[in-house]
Design a protein around this ligand. Structure first.
Ligand code: NAD
Ligand code: USQ
Length: 382
């Protein structure tokens, strides 16, 4: 298949592009490098040193003989996007290219407005581009489990059957997101639902949980192919942050009580889920929703798991319960469906001590790059 990976310079996008290329797909990347600019804005960095996208793609071609074409540009520049779609004629458009940090979206008005403009308008451009230029192309859109929030009933995959005043219907599952970033994903989902209905676009919304790990078989092939790894209080995510904190002897930063429970998955499963979605496209006019995570954990449990392995490896670390900078439930019911991707063939990489140990060993090699002032959370929801 001809596949565009938008956001293909990022944490999920880069390993996905390599994986799809390795599996024989013809891959092109769109990215405007804004994530690298945000590192500069935040005086932060990836824990791992990352090569430029051109260097990465050239190394991949040298090692495998497979070309990944790269387009440096913004989804919000519609003429640019149209041109790429005309040139590439993709069968699938994998859309990772959004501002993805909840704390970044909560810094102030400017960052909230940027997040929603970049994400919602960018996605709308993709929908128009597909309608206008490649109407059969399958949109594979990265959503988030956080669209659902933490309701006191089980979470379904996108839709719920409701009986009300003696009548029944299957309706979109209620959304109660917890940041202006998570809200941008809800707005995207609504726009895609509508576009599928009126134009007959085929789309899959992948409501992904929190991704952990960094390496895949492909990124390990050469240091120039290494994936980025975020650890700061803005872009770092819970589990990866805990492992890096253990490596540098920092207390593990559990926010509040630590009962916040989320869906998690290994980056090695992210890349496979995208392949599964691409190879099993939605029907024309169908807006399909998959919950993309493999296991549920509370952040407190994850911190305990990291602490245990870190101790075994000789790293002394404690768990700190910080005042929660976010507004969220710290103890709640959480039970979410995730059978659709498994039914299509996903065989999860589950979390065990060896997985934690392996990530810890990778992280330790780069621990001197950590900018310590960036580890504590600095963005408040209030
Ligand atoms: P990332 O920030 O590492 O990568 C996103 C990439 O998109 C960056 O390289 C950035 O430069 C690019 N980009 C952003 N806006 C763009 C635009 N307007 N035009 C072109 N390029 C643009 O993020 P990630 O962790 O790889 O996440 C990828 C996607 O997966 C996001 O949509 C995110 O919401 C979703 N997701 C991520 C996680 C996670 O744990 N990382 C979990 C669930 C969902
Ligand atoms: N948390 C801590 N300590 C930390 C960091 C986070 O306790 O040091 C807590 C948060 O308060 C929250 C939970 O861990 O309750 C998850 O936070 P996170 O920063 O790991 O993840 P989140 O902000 O939800 O966002 C990340 C990605 C985002 C994606 C989302 C999937 O950045 O792109 O959409 O995970 S989900 O959470 O399922 O919506």
């Amino acid at each position: 298949m001809r596949i565009i990976v938008a956001g293909g310079d990022g944490f999920c996008g880069w390993p996905t592009a390599l994986y799809l290329s390795k599996r024989g797909h013809d891959v092109a990347i769109i990215d405007n490098m804004i994530r690298r600019e945000m590192d500069n804005e935040l005086h932060s960095n990836s824990l791992t040193p990352i090569a430029s996208l051109e260097e990465r793609a050239a190394k991949w071609e040298e090692l495998t003989g497979k070309e990944i074409r790269t387009y440096d540009g913004d989804l919000n520049h519609y003429d640019f996007l149209r041109q790429v779609l005309k040139t590439e004629q993709p069968d699938a458009f994998v859309h990772f290219a959004e501002q993805r940090s909840a704390p970044y979206s909560m810094i102030d008005r400017e960052h909230a407005v940027f997040t929603q403009t970049n994400n919602v308008a960018g996605n709308l451009n993709v929908l128009y581009g597909i309608k206008e230029i490649v109407p059969d192309c399958h949109l594979i859109k990265l959503g988030t489990m956080g669209e659902y929030g933490t309701p006191n009933i089980p979470i379904e995959e996108g839709y719920i059957e409701i009986e009300h005043k003696g009548r029944k219907d299957v309706l979109p599952y209620p959304k109660q997101p917890g940041s202006f970033y998570h809200l941008s994903k809800v707005h995207d989902s609504h726009n895609i639902t509508f576009a599928c209905k009126i134009w007959g676009i085929r789309a899959t919304d992948l409501n992904q949980g929190v991704v952990y790990g960094l390496e895949t078989e492909e990124t390990k092939m050469d240091p120039l192919l290494t994936n980025r790894l975020d650890y700061d209080g803005v872009f770092g995510t819970a589990f990866n942050r805990f492992i890096i904190q253990a490596a540098i002897g920092h207390d593990l930063t559990v926010y509040g009580k630590g009962g916040q429970t989320r869906g998690f998955l290994n980056i090695e499963d992210t890349v496979r889920c995208i392949e599964i979605a691409a190879e099993n496209p939605a029907d024309k006019g169908e807006f399909r929703v998959f919950n993309q995570f493999t296991e549920e954990f509370s952040v407190g449990d994850l911190a305990e798991k990291v602490k245990k392995v870190a101790h075994e490896e000789g790293f002394e670390t404690d768990i700190a319960h910080l005042e929660n900078p976010r507004v969220e439930l710290e103890e709640h019911f959480f039970q979410a469906e995730n059978t659709k991707l498994r039914d299509l063939g996903l065989e999860p990489h589950l979390l065990d001590d060896n997985v934690i140990r392996e990530i810890l060993h990778t992280v330790v090699q780069h621990k001197d790059r950590v900018i310590k002032e960036n580890v504590m959370p600095q963005v408040s929801w209030k």
